[in-house]
Design a protein around this ligand. Structure first.
Ligand SMILES: C[S@@+](CC[C@H](N)C(=O)[O-])C[C@H]1O[C@@H](n2cnc3c(N)ncnc32)[C@H](O)[C@@H]1O
Length: 459
């Protein structure tokens, strides 16, 4: 007997009208038809809309926005629709004030509503005066389009390249550099990699730029080691972009979505460029993490310094320290800082950064924080302030357990994911800590990413 289709409150491909009652963490408008929730991209809270149902699941569905019947005051006109196809600026239809509020709500919803940490104040998001042109790093896919090597960005949820020269949220000097390198590669008839046929050479172009130094690093990610006309290409890059201090080739010959391969070598200069933050100079190698929004990074780090509230007798652990940026910023206020970082290149940068900034009270350790901290706890090491800045998945239980044994007076948690932040803060608050305050910082305007800092103290 044929299976009967399940019946939902709505029918697929039919249009409905409803009021948008909320936004999801992915920025989609939420409507309800007979209590059945549907998510609609591009709709804003408070708007009355007409939408067509495009997908139905057991507990919720998705709709496509057809018409906005009454518009939210938070809506701004999108000048160029191309960015709606790229997905690089998913909040571009919202005023910047509304974006900041959306991010504050993400942090407070996760901490207060989901994790039930109700007494923590979540402050207004620290925003930018000019929320465009901020990214100091571009990782640009390269493809052949109509016979020409093109740089741009993928169409949303695909690997089809949309050629683009103005990325809006990147440093305009980086946009300019991408076009220059693209034209040089075209001149020497270098083929882009084809990920279906597995032929061709150039996969990605990575450009990083020091905001305060202007120094440029250019990385050509190639499928194979031989780069025809290597010398001419490198010479032309340096001539056209005289601020270039490093040209690297990274070889990635695997059939994978991962951008960087394991092997790299220097084609010009050294494997590093420099930038400055809070009066420190940092050397950054191509494998190392470095915050992408320099103006906001200084606000983020200043919040960490304020929340850490150090005295000159304090010993600090900066876990997930990258190239030692937070460690050095805190070293001025502490007796000793210990950084932990899993990427070896980043630790080498951190050590060198301590040396070039004449910091002699910061030491760095290569390894997983969830392995190193438990060792330190077992050795009975003392720590007064613990700073953590983990990747999106948050902290491992072994790490939290070790922190509880070491029992620092203050824990400053820097997070790029409010959901794992709330999960981890809850764990701490159930084990002898209280959450004191939370400060969202907008590191990624026009996008859904939410960064925040939380202070916890020992009860
Ligand atoms: C969000 S970044 C923060 C880096 C640094 N605090 C900063 O502001 O530039 C997270 C860092 O954690 C490192 N990392 C990832 N997993 C790790 C682990 N298990 N143990 C130690 N470091 C890790 C990454 O390589 C990266 O440098």
């Amino acid at each position: 007997m044929a299976k009967r289709k399940p019946k939902y409150a709505v029918d697929k491909n039919k249009s409905y009208e409803a009021e948008v009652i909320d936004l999801t963490y992915e920025g989609m408008g939420v409507v309800k038809i007979d209590n059945y929730p549907l998510f609609i991209e591009g709709a804003l809270t408070g708007e009355n809309i007409r939408f067509k149902v495009i997908k139905t699941n057991k507990n919720f569905g998705y709709g496509r926005l057809e018409e906005i019947l009454t518009e939210s005051p938070d809506r701004v006109e999108i000048e160029n629709k191309i960015y709606s196809n790229t997905g690089t600026m998913p909040l571009q239809h919202m005023t910047y004030e509304a974006q900041l509020k959306f991010k504050q709500d993400q942090v407070s919803n996760n901490l207060q509503r989901t994790a039930k940490i109700i007494d923590i104040p979540v402050y207004e998001t620290l925003g930018m005066d000019e929320p465009y042109g901020y990214r100091n790093k571009a990782q640009i896919p390269v493809q052949m389009v109509d016979g020409a090597l093109e740089t741009g960005t993928y169409r949303q949820r695909s690997h089809d390249l949309i050629p683009l020269e103005d990325f809006k949220i990147q440093d305009p000097e980086i946009d300019r550099a991408i076009v220059i390198v693209r034209n040089i590669l075209r001149k020497y008839q270098i083929e882009a990699y084809d990920e279906v046929a597995l032929t061709g050479l150039i996969r990605h172009l990575i450009i990083r730029r020091g905001y305060y130094t202007g120094e440029l690093m250019v990385v050509l990610v190639t499928n194979g080691s031989h780069l025809p006309h290597q010398e001419e290409i490198v010479d032309e890059i340096i001539e056209a972009l005289p601020d270039t201090v490093s040209v690297m080739q990274n070889i990635n010959d695997k059939n994978t979505n991962v951008i960087l391969g394991r092997k790299s070598h220097v084609l010009y200069g050294e494997d590093k460029y420099r930038d400055r933050l809070l009066d420190f100079t940092f050397e950054i190698s191509h494998q190392s993490f470095y915050q992408v929004n320099p103006i906001q990074t200084e606000k983020l780090y200043q919040t960490v310094i304020d929340y850490a509230d150090l005295t000159e007798d304090d010993v600090v652990v900066d876990a997930y320290c990258g190239i030692g940026t937070i460690s050095l910023a805190l070293s001025r206020h502490a007796k000793q800082v210990y950084g932990i970082e899993i990427v070896e290149d980043a630790v080498q940068n951190a050590e060198r950064n301590a040396a070039i900034n004449q910091v002699d009270n910061a030491k760095f350790f290569v390894g997983a924080s969830e392995e190193i901290l438990p060792q330190w706890a077992e050795e009975g090491r003392q720590v007064d302030v613990l700073v953590v800045d983990p990747p999106r998945k948050g902290l491992e239980e072994d790490f939290i357990e070790a922190s509880l044994i070491m029992a620092p007076e203050r824990i400053v948690y820097v997070s790029c994911n409010p959901a794992t932040l709330a999960r981890d803060v809850k764990y701490f608050t159930e084990n002898g800590y209280q959450a004191v305050k939370a400060q969202p910082v907008d590191m990624f305007p026009q996008t859904l990413h939410v960064e925040s800092v939380v202070l916890m103290t020992k009860e």
